[in-house]
Design a binder for this molecule. Structure first.
Ligand code: PLP
Length: 433
């Protein structure tokens, strides 16, 4: 007999037993797959007593090797490993020349670091609406442009790629830079082309919640050799280095300001192992997610996130959307009473309005135009005078509506067929009238 109960069994709210009696597994995808290989990699660096990338008593070259392997995985010529995704954003935007007098278009569904990097460099972020991919809407990007717009940050949110081909076409047509933020979508692709290869540059995060991780870490990638040189200098001390790690301070085009976001050898060694495991991790999440999505399609009464290329979805989140707020609240409560939640430390089955700093209007510093200094930087700068960007709820109506009506469920890579059955059964019961 199938583990999935017949459609007329009692829901938990009607006195029936919940679909699950124990929480869903608590998982941070890369962490779940850590084993002796990562231990050996870290030990190799420690035994050599050489944790710094540019020189040491027995330099292992782990960061350089990781950069080569990660660039090769994506199919780009250049990568600069950094100590966090946030650091990657600062390095990328600084290398792209972002500064006062410029506006940078960012999506309504994002992460706080993106706004932070733009504002910290003296520019003004402009939030543009998303579409049913939950990523930037190409039409909204066009509408958000002003004569000051210098570039676009496309964020591939919650594991699935945004419409990178369309956004790249808009950027090209208008002469703007395109930076892809792939922090939540490492290993994602559209029609076989990896995210991170569509724009002028891209960044990744290897913080613990991500598809591959060393606890912290990140990477900047680009096809552009000059941009690469600027990023190398920016992430370090502001200057180029020779092959022995010595600073070259006599290159006028590379006299920049360093930001101190270098990655260390220990984490690079771990990331080299995690990169090899990435396809298996995303493959497992994708398989579970698309089994659940296929079942949801049969049930009706629920709208699924539009995914441009299902085979390029990394699978780490399932987003479902309902006709109105009341129904989303009801289905979420029913799913929870059916036991669809995880341990307290994990991201659980949540209404998207509870998704914190991922929603533009929840960023108080942005809504209130908080300053980096005591003088009102960068909002008070003469170069930024007249910028009319706003950030309060109502600025991006389609995003607001999607956030109100949607539920986010993380999909662990370790879900068993039985766990999947439980989730499907819980949805079946929760979607009944
Ligand atoms: C979309 C996005 N961009 C950037 C970052 C920043 O990465 P990190 O935490 O490594 O600084 C994150 C991290 O959660 C993210 O989700």
């Amino acid at each position: 007999m199938s583990h999935i109960a017949s459609a007329n069994d009692l829901a938990a709210g009607q006195g029936g037993a919940p679909a699950r009696s124990e929480p869903l597994p608590l998982e941070f995808p890369g962490i779940h797959h850590m084993d002796e290989e990562e231990i050996d990699a870290a030990t190799r660096v420690l035994k050599a007593r050489s944790p710094f990338r540019y020189y040491g008593i027995d330099l292992q070259g782990e960061v350089a090797a990781f950069e080569g392997e990660f660039a090769g995985f994506l199919g780009v010529p250049h990568a600069v490993a950094v100590s966090s995704g946030t650091g990657g954003l600062f390095v990328a935007l600084a290398s792209l020349g972002v500064g006062p007098g410029q506006e940078v278009i960012i999506p309504a569904y994002f992460w706080v670091s993106i706004a932070s990097a733009v504002v910290s460099l003296g520019a003004i972020p402009v939030v543009a609406d998303i579409d049913d991919t939950f990523c930037l809407d190409p039409d909204a990007v066009e509408k958000a442009m002003t004569p000051r717009t210098s570039g676009i940050v496309l964020v591939h949110m919650s594991g699935a790629p945004g419409n990178a081909p369309a956004i790249a076409a808009v950027a090209r047509k208008r002469g703007l830079f395109l930076l892809e933020d792939c922090a939540q979508c490492a290993g994602g692709a559209i029609d076989g082309r990896k995210v991170g290869t569509f724009g002028d540059a891209a960044i990744f995060s290897f913080q613990m919640n991500k598809n591959m991780t060393a606890g912290e870490g990140g990477c900047f990638v680009t096809n552009d050799a000059a941009l690469h040189r600027r990023a190398v200098a920016s992430h370090d001390l502001g200057y180029a280095r020779d092959e022995n790690g010595r600073l070259l301070v006599d290159r006028p085009e590379l006299m920049l300001w360093g930001m101190g976001y270098r990655l260390d050898e220990l984490r690079a060694a771990v990331l080299r192992v995690q990169l090899r495991k990435l396809p298996a991790v995303t493959g497992a999440m994708r398989k579970s997610k698309y089994r659940i999505r296929a079942a949801l399609r049969e049930m009706g009464g629920v709208q699924l996130r539009r995914v441009l290329d299902e085979s390029g979805d990394t699978g780490c989140f399932l987003i479902t959307t309902y006709p109105d707020r009341a129904r989303a609240v009801e289905v979420n409560a029913r799913l929870r009473s059916e036991g669809i939640r995880t341990f307290e430390q994990g991201i659980s089955n949540i209404l998207m309005t509870d998704w914190g700093l991922h929603l533009y209007y929840n960023n108080a510093s942005l809504v209130q135009r908080a300053s980096r200094d005591r003088g009102g930087f960068p909002w008070n700068l003469a170069e930024n005078a007249g910028s009319t960007a706003r950030y309060d709820k109502g600025t991006c109506p389609y995003a607001d509506s999607l956030f109100e009506r949607s539920i986010l469920l993380p999909i662990p890579s370790c879900l068993t067929p039985r766990d999947q059955d439980d989730i499907i059964r819980a949805f079946e019961r929760s979607l009944r009238d």
